[in-house]
Design a protein around this ligand. Sequence first.
Ligand code: AMP
Ligand code: ZN
Length: 114
Amino acid sequence: MGDCLFCKIVRHEIPASIEYEDDRVLAFNDVNPQAPTHVLIVPKRHIATLSELSVEDDQLVGEIVRRAAAIARARGISAGGFRTVFNTNRDAGQTVFHIHLHLIGGRSLGWPPG
Ligand code: AMP
Ligand code: ZN
């Protein structure tokens, strides 16, 4: 996906504050953080929304979720608590159509979300 913002970050064509990288997954700090920790964990392969996932992606999604937990642990916010969110489509406010898990924490978070 040549014009996808997060594919460009994956290819290091636009800068990001990278937190973690391996062959399949990239994690970087959100440019507009909503909490002291706000990291986005993405698959390197372009997948637009959760609706496009197939059974072959189960391992990849597991790696993304476990990476969020590992970053939370490394940041020292695991015991206190953190939130992980995939926004999907309009009503959830998805603005970048390359799936990304938000890892948000470092402060007390309200529920339900707005
Ligand atoms: P969503 O609304 O769930 O699609 O989330 C998109 C997120 O991407 C928002 O939290 C944005 O602040 C974040 N974002 C947009 N552009 C960038 C960028 N260049 N680097 C890092 N995060 C970004
Ligand atoms: Zn993409």
